[in-house]
Design a protein. Structure first.
Length: 236
């Protein structure tokens, strides 16, 4: 069963907010409420997030797109949708392959660009080799070295995280023919501003707005400014 927030069911063009990894509808409720003044707004919890149960098996980005397609079909939405994605939600949007019409795209501190890999330290390679015959110990070692998101996740969501963070979206960005607005916190360390600049340069019809003194959650750090920028973009 999918947990989701829906506002203004009866009126306005639809907008779908896709959430970041490890978040829930709570982090997007204020943005949804603002947009609901003129739009039907839906915010689903992805599998394994918020109150939506985790998937039966690990998901990759294509599986997330298929999940979004099914969610939209189940809601009976036929009009063109505005897609708004934060962090991982933006990554899913950049993956593309939706089977419904998209009117406009808004990316907030989006994921999707894989940073250059640093050469693994010798000690890490050695530890993996030594612990390979002992899967439980190897998993424990990887867990200690992993990110906070990785350490907090269940086994299925850990496998999901590994799949999605290693998929780079830059190769398909030139194929996006939909008007796209990028909103980015200037101090974002999770998905740095250089990612935004690269994405904006590769999408043919894209513009970037930087949010001063904001981090990875620009829509929470400076909501009034972010809302005004989104309003202007959607009304244009």
């Amino acid at each position: 069963m999918i947990n989701f927030l829906e506002l203004n069911h009866a009126g306005g063009r639809p907008a779908l907010i896709l959430e970041g990894w490890g978040t829930s509808t709570l982090q997007y409720a204020a943005l949804a409420a603002h947009l609901s003044a003129s739009r039907r707004v839906l915010v689903p919890d992805f599998p394994g997030q918020g109150a939506t149960p985790e998937p039966a098996r690990a998901m990759d980005c294509a599986a997330y797109v298929a999940w979004v397609n099914e969610f939209v079909r189940e809601r009976g939405i036929s009009e063109p949708l505005t897609l708004i994605g934060h962090s991982h939600g933006g990554r899913v949007i950049l993956k593309g392959g939706f089977d419904f019409p998209v009117e406009k795209i808004v990316l907030i501190d989006s994921a999707g660009i894989v940073p250059p890999r640093k050469p693994p330290k010798f000690s890490y390679r050695l530890a993996r080799a030594l612990l390979k015959p002992f899967p439980a110990l190897l998993n424990a070692y990887k867990s200690r070295r992993g990110s906070a998101d990785y350490r907090a996740a269940t086994p299925i969501m850990r496998d999901t995280l590994v799949k999605i963070v290693n998929e780079d979206m830059r190769g398909g960005l030139a194929q996006i023919q939909i008007s796209t607005l990028l909103i980015w916190g200037e101090n974002d360390t999770a998905t740095p501003l250089t990612d935004a600049q690269l994405i904006a340069s590769l999408i043919p019809d894209a513009g970037l707005v930087t949010v001063k003194n904001a981090g990875h959650y620009a829509h929470l750090d400076d909501p009034a400014f972010v809302y005004s920028v989104i309003d202007s973009f959607l009304e244009d």
